[in-house]
Design a protein around this ligand. Structure first.
Ligand SMILES: Nc1ncnc2c1ncn2[C@@H]1O[C@H](COP(=O)(O)OP(=O)(O)OP(=O)(O)O)[C@@H](O)[C@H]1O
Ligand SMILES: [Mg+2]
Length: 343
């Protein structure tokens, strides 16, 4: 999602122009009110006032109009929220497919924490599923660990923000000029039967379809592709960037079905991530507080070096495909402070 970028000097000038414009508009308004107040019958007074404008009134009016046009020209094409002094480039993604239980929320959980702590991304997760899996993970699973972490480090923060959100209000969030997230992840319900899911997906720069190699998943992936193709076509017509990818998950190495699934997806023409998540117990213990790359939390969750390598590969491919910033160097500090407190 693109928010307009503006030169700070232009912005400052626009701000002054904006204020001056409203100052003159206010003066004009006051003049009119006084003129109307002077006379008693409203309509009659309007006509009379208009006809009896003095030369200075007319000059003043012309000056205000000129000023108004000038300040509009200075604005254009930036919308009013371009006054935000920090230009932002947020990417909006969703792990989505119509098949329930395919690992959408787990992908969001497994990837959001390392992308924030290791790769330094500012992330918001909008939990739009009525099940509220991610909100519940934070409020019910992570709350005790967070309280413990706060005892040793009163300034500790969650690595990313989680919001319970309504599907039909997605644009209110992503169009809000106040936030400065690099990445907004929308967790959608496992269905595609209403306009609300469709509309939420149109807000995304990329939709990532979890690919699970079983026959039922294959069929629903093919159906879901028709929705994504429709969005892509509309986005292309409107010259908006929209991508969709498949990301294998719950993968069991060496199974014949995995190869069959890959071939099936390639046959559908769905661009597939080279990286993937395996079917691992550790992923079922993903937290919104600690990344599975955090050694202490990984040990607790049953993670291994393979788990870490897998997560890193997916994070890096995601960053590359979406063109996200990679701030690994600055992120390293926050990881080390968290790692001492995981239980
Ligand atoms: N990579 C994985 N390895 C092992 N278990 C997984 C993996 N991904 C998801 N699961 C498990 O599969 C189940 C469904 O996962 P999840 O809730 O993420 O799916 P979902 O697509 O979000 O479901 P819904 O459509 O209901 O929102 C959960 O029990 C989760 O722990
Ligand atoms: Mg879910």
């Amino acid at each position: 999602m693109l928010v307009q970028n503006c030169n700070p000097i232009t912005l400052q000038f626009c701000k002054s122009a904006f204020l001056l414009k409203w100052f003159f508009a206010f003066l004009l308004f006051c003049t009119s009110v006084f003129k109307l107040y002077d006379r008693s019958v409203f309509l009659f007074t309007c006509v009379k006032t208009f006809l009896r404008f003095s030369r200075s009134d007319v000059l003043f009016f012309c000056f205000s109009i000129t000023f108004d046009l000038l300040s509009r020209w200075l604005w254009w094409p930036a919308p009013p929220h371009a006054f935000n002094p920090a230009p932002i480039m947020s990417k909006v993604i969703s792990f989505a497919t119509q098949k329930g239980g395919s690992g959408k929320s787990t992908l969001a959980l497994v990837l959001a924490a390392p992308l924030a702590t290791e790769y330094g991304l500012r992330i918001a997760v909008l939990d739009c599923d009525y099940q509220q899996s991610i909100v519940k993970t934070r409020e019910q699973v992570d709350a005790a660990n967070f309280a413990r972490l706060r005892e040793t480090n009163p300034d500790a923060q969650y690595p990313y923000d989680v919001y319970p959100w309504q599907l039909n209000r997605i644009f209110d969030f992503i169009d809000n000029p106040e936030h400065n997230y690099d990445l907004i992840i929308i967790d959608v319900p496992g269905r595609a039967d209403g306009d609300d899911v469709f509309n939420a997906l149109t807000a995304c720069d990329a939709v990532i379809v979890p690919l699970v190699s079983d026959y039922l998943d294959r069929a629903s992936t093919a159906e879901f592709m028709t929705i994504l193709e429709a969005i892509k076509k509309a986005a292309d017509d409107a010259q908006i960037d929209f991508q969709y990818y498949g990301l294998p998950t719950k993968r069991v190495a060496g199974q014949r079905e995995e190869k069959e699934m890959d071939d099936y997806i390639d046959g559908l023409g769905l661009s597939r991530f080279n990286s993937y998540l395996g079917h691992r117990k550790a992923y079922t213990r993903a937290s919104t507080l600690y990344s599975l790359l955090n050694p202490a939390w990984s040990r607790y969750a049953g993670g291994t070096k393979d788990t870490n390598d897998e997560i890193r590969r997916v994070c890096e491919e995601l960053i590359e495909r979406l063109g996200l910033p990679d701030r690994r160097a600055t992120a390293a500090i926050s990881v080390s402070t968290a790692s001492t407190s995981a239980k």
